[in-house]
Design a protein around this ligand. Sequence first.
Ligand code: COA
Length: 178
Amino acid sequence: MKYYKKIIGKRIYLSPINIDEVDSYIKWMNDETVAANFGEYHRMVSSKSDMKWIYEPPRDMHRYAVVLLDNDELIGSLSLHNIDNLNRNAFIGIFIGDAEQRGKGYGAEAIRLILNYGFKTINLHSIMLTVHSDNYAGIKCYKNVGFREVGRFPEVIFKDGKYVDKICMSILEHEFEK
Ligand SMILES: CC(C)(COP(=O)(O)OP(=O)(O)OC[C@H]1O[C@@H](n2cnc3c(N)ncnc32)[C@H](O)[C@@H]1OP(=O)(O)O)[C@@H](O)C(=O)NCCC(=O)NCCS
């Protein structure tokens, strides 16, 4: 089996990444919406050697494949990274690779699964993320699952000929339980 049902939701599950599907990730790293929102659009991603995060993830990172329960189709990736066990916090990063799979609630479901795992299994207290201020779908999705804006770095991202802000968002364990 290509994927393992490590964290199971209603319509998707989170599995350790299967590196045999590296070509899908290379394709998505060349998707303008995914790459631009990760600040990676300026970078060339064309071969396995450009995919260090798949082959050599840092020790303080959990990297998951987001997979449909119905048919085991890979639709994206989600990470819990910069895990700080002393201060009990971490960051998340996510993309749903195929444009036609976005906006169906899969992102929100995947994030709820990782928040539950982060707070209830690995005993985190706070989970954070950053998002570009022009990423309206991302911001809405994060607010839907309980993240709130806690600050922003103004005009630090140069994108499509103009500067946009980087928004910092956070959720605490008691906010998730609500
Ligand atoms: C951000 C992302 C992970 C969210 O996943 P998703 O499955 O598309 O998200 P969801 O469907 O759960 O939620 C998206 C929400 O944004 C809303 N939305 C979509 N486009 C929007 C827009 N232009 N303006 C405002 N809201 C928008 C949707 O209606 C939905 O809200 P609702 O459920 O209240 O109706 C996904 O869109 C994605 O991968 N985007 C490209 C890469 C990316 O931006 N990664 C995040 C970097 S921080």
